[in-house]
Design a protein around this ligand. Sequence first.
Ligand code: NDP
Ligand code: 2IT
Length: 449
Amino acid sequence: MALTNEYLKGVYETVALRNAGEKEFLQAVYEVLESLQPIAEKRQDFIDAGVFERIVEPERFIMFRVSWVDDNGKVQVNRGYRVQFNSAIGPYKGGIRLHPSVNASVIKFLGFEQTFKNSLTGLPMGGGKGGSDFDPKGKSDGEIMRFCQSFMTELAKHIGADTDVPAGDIGVGAREIGFMFGQYKRLRNEFTGVLTGKSLFSGGSLARKEATGFGLCYFTNEMLKAAGDSFEGKKVVISGSGNVAIYANQKATELGAKVIAMSDSSGYVVDENGINLDVMKQIKEVERARISEYAKRVEGATFHEGCKGIWTVPCDIALPCATQNELDLDGAKALVANGVKYVAEGANMPSTPEAVACFLENNIPFGPAKAANAGGVATSGLEMTQNSMRLSWSFEEVDARLGDIMKNIYKSAYEASVACGCAGNLVVGANVAGFLKVAEAMKWQGVAY
Ligand code: NDP
Ligand code: 2IT
């Protein structure tokens, strides 16, 4: 597909000028505008309300200095960000990423995507994202705590349970959320649901930790069912070995598949017997060590340097769960040549536009990130509900709600693809279904923002 609609081309050109050189953000906007062409042709009311021009411009973008003192007594300076992209359907909601690659482009692409993803969940959450170029690797717990406290000291001025509710993302799990929550509470003297992904001792939700990976498998299961198929006996390759990848592995295995490869930024491991998840969890969640350790501990497993090679491992289902643009055209071609049958994205924008085109041209059912990985933020939404009610649901209750939400997301995306005349193209379907609710809310609220 190409962007041929003159009106939307104009919208894109303004975005490209305003955000010159912001590769990831422009990539995400271009894909959404491509998908929205059938809508722009039919909905003059959205054009009259300036919805397309407004939805690509963040409501607010905050950038701040984060100074902290390392274990050697040296002052370190990082850059912090929060983008409050769209609040048409609810308070801003989205994770915080701590990784050296974080910059304005990455934060804006993530916040933009989050707006549509959160809409798809059916819950009242707007889109936001934050982070810093701080690298948690190799830092002591004390250093992580001092960084998180300094980061929150500024962020606290901009967030709140009814304003903006951050959560985890790359480099941010329960440990970091705990340090940030503690600092927010101290600054405000308020115990509120200002963050999600909290500890179960402080208002966290059961199943939040598992939710993105489990949700990805529930969504993939809908794709499989639509093709009269199931996870049973399938070989699965999952990139990454963080929060999303680990729980995608757990659920795919529970559903009868065998996960034969996982990766981190240094390389990938192959274990044809099926990855031993207890060993992987010990290495990644407890020791925070490199994935090559797995091959040292498990007989028959092999380690291969370089993370992109993982796509050359023959499989039926590929679940990219590491980071943006990790699966390029070469990777897609290798997967297709080796007979991949389904691809669904656990990470945000892991496939390059050329890779997505390759899957679609080869009629491989493809689950785009906004839809397929929405289970994490959906369960964050359920955590917010529990906090508001001052109640906690059981694991089974949260998991059942998550399952229903993922089924509904598949249904909305599929039905929107049919309505747009491209049945089964879930990229178009997810973008359109996510957009419509936000666009109607923006139109209804008048030119506010
Ligand atoms: P984690 O920090 O737990 O794990 C990230 C994993 O990806 C690690 O294995 C990491 O390897 C790898 N990785 C990160 N950056 C790179 C890179 N530049 N190149 C190669 N590998 C890389 O993060 P999550 O599992 O939480 O997040 C993974 C993806 O899922 C992200 O795209 C995130 O935005 C998305 N996501 C997360 C959700 C959540 O609830 N956590 C919800 C929805 C989407 P290494 O350790 O070597 O860096
Ligand atoms: O990309 C994402 O959806 C997340 N990192 C989860 C966000 C959240 O608010 O739970």
